[in-house]
Design a binder for this molecule. Structure first.
Ligand code: FAD
Length: 426
């Protein structure tokens, strides 16, 4: 009998897990709270080489390559406040990422599953475990329904219902910033695209980060000649009206955004913001890494397991790599799903702990909350995190070296800023 797996959450993490576990021979059911997938949901994302390899292992290489494009250059620029002009700081031409629209990736993953594998309008409200399995209660438009699995994977995102039930006192951490984001159709606005390419010389081949005072934007193309942009801004924690971390702005919010943009960015970027249809705001959270992901027959994955800030394109890459790892562990232990879950957690907790912490610090540095990697705040890390990192065969000096290397290029931005600040003072 195949292992019966119920997955809570049908976003990128949940559906990639479904694809991976079906490939490993499991019988998979996905329960998703949302009523449907909206074709235009989301914006762009960058897939790193490990994720591309994972999607290839899932048998999706040809289709995902068709819907994505390489962005081999990564460039950082400093925006001079007085002139609103950009100064290139560093360019890396070995950025082996591919860009894609979130909804294309989500659609591809869903299409890789049999029809009906994802049950929409199913909000999970209760998890009950016994020795032999887990019973899940979901609210549906037709009343409550019960599902039984040998195991359950909770892929229910940053505000995970399952994590709250399994890890009492669990809190997420507001990162002190929000991301405004949008996508603009370059085909409908060829003059704007030409103006952007004149400003951002590497646009088309790369991802460009502009750093200003206490904020950062980034821009890259996604297939279909679409221009994807983000603007990270420090802000007091916004009030969320629902479970979603996305906020749709009011007209007043947009007017303020335009004014602030004019005061911060190059004219072409300001025009891009003003031209994009329906920009939106994501409130950014992460969480100090937790050291247990498996609770009996239930395991956490994706944002439910390791809420992370999006810097370094971690938030979509990590769940796909979790799914790939789950698939490999189930293939290796087809008759012992609980052992497979523990093997998965052992491998992924170690890796994602580093990524969550790096992502947090990278974000803080880029945002201008300056951070000295040589003095990486090792002493303030919890004993669990220290022991996890050390178990990962990293000694404390190795870890510092690693942090220093990773952040070395970003430090250059810090130098860029101080040079420019000195110039202004003179
Ligand atoms: C609609 C949407 C659009 C996004 N767009 C982008 C983008 O453009 N670019 C980008 O980089 N990232 C985007 N993200 C974020 C990115 O996909 C995720 O941060 C990352 O992939 C982690 O995915 P996840 O599956 O672990 O968690 P999430 O993507 O947060 O998904 C969690 C899922 O669980 C469901 N869920 C929660 N509670 C329950 C419950 N009790 N019962 C059943 N289902 C439940 C949610 O509805 C959601 O679909 C988007 C996420 C969503 C949900």
């Amino acid at each position: 009998m195949p292992t019966k797996v119920v997955i809570i959450g049908g976003s990128v993490g949940g559906v990639s897990t479904a694809v991976a576990l079906r490939k490993a021979g499991c019988d998979v059911t996905v329960l998703e709270r949302a009523a449907t997938i909206v074709a235009t949901t989301g914006a762009g994302l960058g897939l790193d080489p490990k994720t591309c390899a994972a999607l290839t292992r899932l048998g999706l290489r040809d289709i995902f390559e068709e819907c994505s494009q390489p962005i081999p250059i990564e460039e950082y620029r400093w925006i001079d406040h007085a002139t609103k002009s950009a100064i290139s700081l560093i360019k890396n031409d070995k950025h082996l990422h591919r860009s894609m629209h979130w909804s294309d990736l989500h659609r591809l993953l869903i299409q890789a599953l049999p029809e009906g594998a994802v049950n929409f309008s199913h909000k999970v409200v209760l998890l009950q475990q016994s020795e032999s399995g887990v019973t899940i209660t979901a609210e549906t438009p037709n009343g409550e329904k019960k599902y039984h699995g040998d195991i359950v994977i909770a892929a229910d995102g940053v505000g995970s219902f399952a994590r709250k039930q399994l890890v009492p006192g669990d809190e997420r951490r507001y990162a002190g910033m929000v991301a405004w984001r949008g996508v603009c159709d370059g085909n409908a606005h060829p003059e704007l695209l030409a103006e952007l390419k004149a400003d951002f010389k590497t646009l088309g081949d790369g991802i460009i980060f502009d750093i200003a005072d206490r904020c950062m934007n980034l821009i890259y193309m996604i297939p279909g000649n679409r221009i994807n942009w983000l603007w990270y801004r420090d802000a007091p924690e916004p009030k969320l009206g629902s479970h979603s971390v996305t906020i749709r702005p009011t007209t007043e919010d947009m007017q303020k955004l335009y004014r602030d943009a004019e005061n911060t960015w190059t004219p072409a970027f300001v025009k891009l913001i003003k031209t994009s249809k329906a920009p939106f705001m994501n409130v950014i959270y992460d969480k100090d890494p937790i050291t247990q992901w498996v609770f009996g027959r239930v395991a956490l994955m994706g944002e439910a397991a390791h809420p992370t800030t999006p810097h370094g394109s971690r938030s979509t890459n990590m769940p796909i790599q979790d799914a790939d790892c789950l698939g490999r562990c189930f293939e290796a232990q087809p008759h012992d799903p609980v052992a497979a879950l523990h093997k998965y957690a052992e491998e992924r907790i170690r890796q994602t702990t580093k990524e969550v912490l790096f992502s947090r610090h990278v974000g803080e540095v880029r945002q201008g909350h300056w951070f000295d990697p040589v003095k990486f705040d090792w002493p303030s890390q919890t004993p669990q995190i220290k022991s996890l990192l050390l178990n990962g065969k990293q000694t404390e000096p190795d870890y510092k070296k690693c942090a220093t290397e990773l952040l070395g290029n970003i430090q250059t931005i810090g130098k860029g800023q101080s040079v420019l600040a000195t110039d202004r003072e003179q």
